[in-house]
Each structure stands twice: as structure tokens, then as C-alpha cells.
Design a protein around this ligand. Structure first.
Ligand SMILES: CC/C=C\C/C=C\C/C=C\CC/C=C/CC(=O)SCCNC(=O)CCNC(=O)[C@H](O)C(C)(C)COP(=O)(O)OP(=O)(O)OC[C@H]1O[C@@H](n2cnc3c(N)ncnc32)[C@H](O)[C@@H]1OP(=O)(O)O
Length: 238
């Protein structure tokens, strides 16, 4: 599955819906045992959630958006396929979350790329299931430090903390993700045994999580920080 939503593969409601439909189709295809997620765009795996979906939108629309974010996570984290993230560019926040849902992460060894949960930098708190996914990937202490600082990691740092499993030359990410994943076997009951408690936690709190998100994101103070962050993103470009 090659992500293609220019300019930066931000996860809008529409794009998330497309991703969910694609994963569902593959999941039902009995001939398909594995899924490699990568990006068709240069330099960016995914810029994470589309910030425009969280800025100036109605509570109803925000709720619909958040349900789609949850659905993407539930489908990928609970997938019965072998899943590999071929991270061929930067992958902040929701992009990092998406790659952490996979069984194995291969990243391009380019120091200009970064990956991590940077929500703190936007003035928001990472939702509990983002935190749980990271804890399951890199452990409690690293997650605590990482979330408090909104830390982004270059590929070497990401490998060191176990946020990615393998670094490969940039032009070989696709090759390695198709051929070099002996460490990942066909998902059996171990995968669901390891992930089920985390999945059940969100499933049982899904509606409350949507309500929390909507009331948090529509607050004036949060809207103001998101607006400032958007300005910063645009200025940084000039
Ligand atoms: C108390 C708590 C109670 C309850 C808690 C409940 C809920 C918690 C609340 C909220 C949780 C919300 C979770 C959010 C997770 C996210 O994923 S937020 C998104 C975070 N993403 C980012 O910060 C990424 C920002 N982007 C970048 O760093 C760079 O763009 C990137 C490195 C990806 C690529 O760089 P480059 O190739 O140089 O591209 P540009 O920076 O020039 O960008 C091109 C244009 O794209 C626009 N853009 C970039 N990222 C986004 C995005 N995520 N969404 C929308 N638009 C984006 C950028 O502004 C440029 O636009 P322009 O061309 O200027 O119009």
C-alpha cells in the first residue's frame, strides 16, 4: 500500500477512509498474507493527522474525523496480515503511529528524516492509545521521555531506542521490505495475544475517547495553539 496524498500524505478524513477500505479488502483477500506500507511521495512517509481537520471544524466533523483515526489504528494494529512499514521519509505523530501499528519497521538511513510522537510541540497531549502503542514498541521509560519532550528522532536514534527495527540505504527501502524480513513470521495467536489488551482498551472506551477529543480540540486555547503551529509550519517554508 503506497500512500499518495500530496504534498505530505497528511491523514485527512477522506484519506483515512481510503486506507481503511484498502486494508479491509486486503484482509479479506485470502491470497494476501502481508502488507507493506510505504509512501509514493519523496521525503515524507506521512506528516501525520491532517492538521486542517482539527482547525476551525464543527464538533460533528471533528468527531467523524476522530472515529476514522481510531478505525485506521484498529484495522492496522489488529491486522491478521504480516505488516511492514517501509519508512522512506519523515514520519511525525500520526505517521509514526501508523508505522508503529506494523510488525516491523524498516527506515531509510537519511539523517534528514525524523520520526516520533511530537504532539507536545503542538500544545496537545498524545491520546492514551498513541501512548500505549509507543509503550508496546519502545517501553515505558523511553515513551515517557519521548512524549514529555515531543521528541523526534533521526533514523540512528530511532534504531537505538527500538522505534525502528532496521536502517537501510534510502534507495533500497523497497527492496529490503520485500525480501529481508525473516524476523517477521505469519501472525499467529502470539500477535493477537500481545496486542489484544491494548485494542480492547480503545474499543471499550471508543465513544468516550471521541467525546474527549472533540471537547479538547474545539477549546479556544487549543484552536489558538493549532493556529500558531500552522503559521509556524508555513513560515518555516519561506
Ligand atoms: C487532556 C487531554 C484530553 C483528551 C485528549 C484527547 C485527545 C488528544 C488531542 C489531540 C490529539 C491529536 C493528535 C494528533 C497527532 C498528529 O498527527 S497531529 C499532526 C502532526 N504533524 C506534524 O506536526 C507534521 C508537520 N509537518 C512537518 O513537519 C513537515 O511538513 C514534514 C516534515 C512532514 C514535511 O516537510 P516538507 O517536505 O518540507 O513539507 P512542508 O513542511 O513544506 O509542508 C508542505 C505543505 O504541507 C502542509 N502540512 C505539513 N504537515 C501537515 C499536516 N500534518 N497537516 C496538514 N498540512 C500539513 C504544510 O503546512 C505545507 O503547506 P503549504 O504548502 O504551506 O500550504
Amino acid at each position: 500500500m503506497s500512500l499518495q496524498n500530496p504534498p505530505v500524505n497528511s491523514l485527512s478524513l477522506e484519506f483515512l477512509t481510503d486506507i481503511c477500505i484498502s486494508v479491509e479488502k486486503l484482509e479479506m483477500d485470502k491470497t494476501c498474507r502481508g502488507l507493506i506500507i510505504t509512501s509514493s511521495l519523496p521525503k515524507v512517509f506521512s506528516a501525520g493527522l491532517d492538521i486542517m481537520e482539527m482547525y476551525g471544524k464543527s464538533p460533528e466533523r471533528c468527531g467523524e474525523f476522530w472515529r476514522a483515526v481510531q478505525e485506521m489504528w484498529l484495522k492496522l494494529y489488529g491486522s491478521n496480515m504480516v505488516t511492514i512499514a517501509a519508512i522512506n521519509g519523515s514520519s511525525p505523530a500520526g505517521g509514526c503511529l501508523m508505522s508503529m501499528t506494523c510488525d516491523y519497521r524498516i527506515m531509510a538511513d537519511n539523517p534528514r528524516y525524523s520520526i516520533g510522537l511530537n504532539e507536545t510541540q503542538l500544545g496537545i497531549v498524545a491520546p492514551f492509545w498513541f501512548k500505549d502503542t509507543m509503550t508496546n514498541t519502545v517501553g515505558h521509560r523511553t515513551t515517557e521521555l519521548s512524549l514529555q519532550l515531543g521528541q523526534m528522532y533521526n533514523p540512528a536514534e530511532a534504531l537505538k531506542i527500538g522505534l525502528v527495527d532496521q536502517l537501510v540505504p534510502e534507495d533500497q527501502v523497497s527492496h529490503y521490505s520485500h525480501t529481508n524480513h525473516d524476523q517477521v513470521t505469519t501472525p499467529d495467536r502470539s500477535k493477537s495475544m500481545m496486542r489484544k489488551p491494548t485494542i480492547d482498551k480503545l474499543t471499550s472506551k471508543r465513544e468516550a475517547d471521541i467525546q474527549n477529543f472533540v471537547s479538547f480540540i474545539t477549546k479556544d486555547s487549543i484552536q489558538k495553539s493549532i493556529g500558531m503551529y500552522l503559521e509556524m509550519l508555513k513560515k518555516r517554508k519561506r
